[in-house]
Ligand binder design. Structure first.
Ligand SMILES: O=C[C@H](O)[C@H](O)[C@H](O)COP(=O)(O)O
Length: 236
C-alpha cells in the first residue's frame, strides 16, 4: 500500500485500514463502493495475502467493488449462495449525529442498501469532511430511477420541494447509467427534517428503485482525520 500525502486521501486510507482490521477470519464481508472503501478492500487483501486473515468471502456492492476485490485476491460470493453477512464496510457522502447517512455519490446506493442492511455489523468509513449536523445540508439525495420514468419522477421531486438534476456522465456523453441499467436523479432539499420519512416518500414515487438515505443502518461510524500532520481515526 502506497502512503497517501494529501490529507483527505490520508484520512481515507487510515480509516479504510482501521475498518479492514475489524474483519475476522471466517467472515462473510460486504464490500462497499467508493474511494474510502477501496482502501479497506486493499487492506483486507493485504491481510489475506499475509495469512493474518483466512477463509473470508466478499459480497460486492458494485462493479467497482467486484473489480477491486478480484485485484486484491478476495474471493467473492453472491446473495443467492449465503444466508447472512457478518460485517459490511462502506463509505458515505454525509453522516449526521444519529448515524443517518446519504450515500450514492458513486451511484451504487441500491446494491449498497441491500448489502449494508443485511450485515450484522455495518461499519461506515468516512473522512471528517462528511460529518454534518443535518442530513442534506451539502449533498443532494441520489435517487435511482428506471429510464422510462425519469420525467414523471423529476416532476414528482419538484412537487416535494426538491431541486432535481439528472446526473450526467464524466468522460461519457449523456446520463450516468447505474450497474442496474438505470439513471440517477440527484435531488437537493433545503432541509431534511425527518430522514426516515423522506426516505419512504421518495421510494414511494412510481419508477423510483431506491434512494440514498440510510436510516438506522450504521452500527459504527469511523472517522478519519489528520491532526498535526498525523492521521487519526475516531468513532463517531
Ligand atoms: O455510491 C457510492 C457510495 O455510496 C460511496 O460509498 C459514497 O459515495 C462515498 O464514497 P467516497 O468514499 O468515495 O467518498
Amino acid at each position: 500500500m502506497t502512503a497517501a500525502t494529501d490529507p483527505v486521501k490520508l484520512s481515507k486510507q487510515e480509516v479504510g485500514k482501521a475498518a479492514a482490521a475489524l474483519v475476522q477470519s471466517g467472515s462473510i464481508v460486504g464490500l462497499g463502493t467508493g474511494s474510502t472503501t477501496a482502501y479497506a478492500i486493499e487492506f483486507i487483501g493485504d491481510r489475506l495475502k499475509s495469512g493474518e486473515l483466512k477463509d473470508i468471502v466478499g459480497v460486492p456492492t458494485s462493479f467497482q467493488a467486484e473489480v477491486l476485490a478480484k485485484q486484491y485476491g478476495i474471493p467473492l460470493t453472491t446473495l443467492d449462495a449465503i444466508d447472512h453477512i457478518d460485517i459490511a464496510i462502506d463509505g458515505a457522502d454525509e453522516v449526521d449525529p444519529q448515524k443517518n447517512l446519504i450515500k450514492g455519490g458513486g451511484a451504487a446506493h441500491t446494491r449498497e442498501k441491500v448489502v449494508d442492511y443485511l450485515a450484522s455489523r455495518f461499519i461506515v468509513v468516512v473522512d471528517g469532511g462528511k460529518l454534518v449536523d443535518r442530513l442534506g445540508s451539502v449533498f443532494p439525495v441520489p435517487v435511482e430511477v428506471i429510464p422510462m420514468a425519469v420525467t414523471p419522477v423529476t416532476l414528482a421531486l419538484k412537487k416535494l420541494g426538491g431541486k432535481p438534476e439528472l446526473r450526467m456522465g464524466v468522460k461519457k456523453a449523456g446520463p450516468v447509467i447505474t450497474d442496474q441499467g438505470n439513471m440517477v436523479i440527484d435531488v437537493k432539499f433545503d432541509t431534511i427534517d425527518d430522514p426516515e420519512n423522506i426516505e419512504k416518500i421518495l421510494n414511494n414515487i412510481p419508477g423510483v428503485l431506491e434512494n440514498g438515505i440510510f436510516v438506522n443502518c450504521a452500527d459504527v461510524v469511523l472517522v478519519g482525520e489528520v491532526k498535526d500532520g498525523q492521521p487519526v481515526v475516531r468513532e463517531l
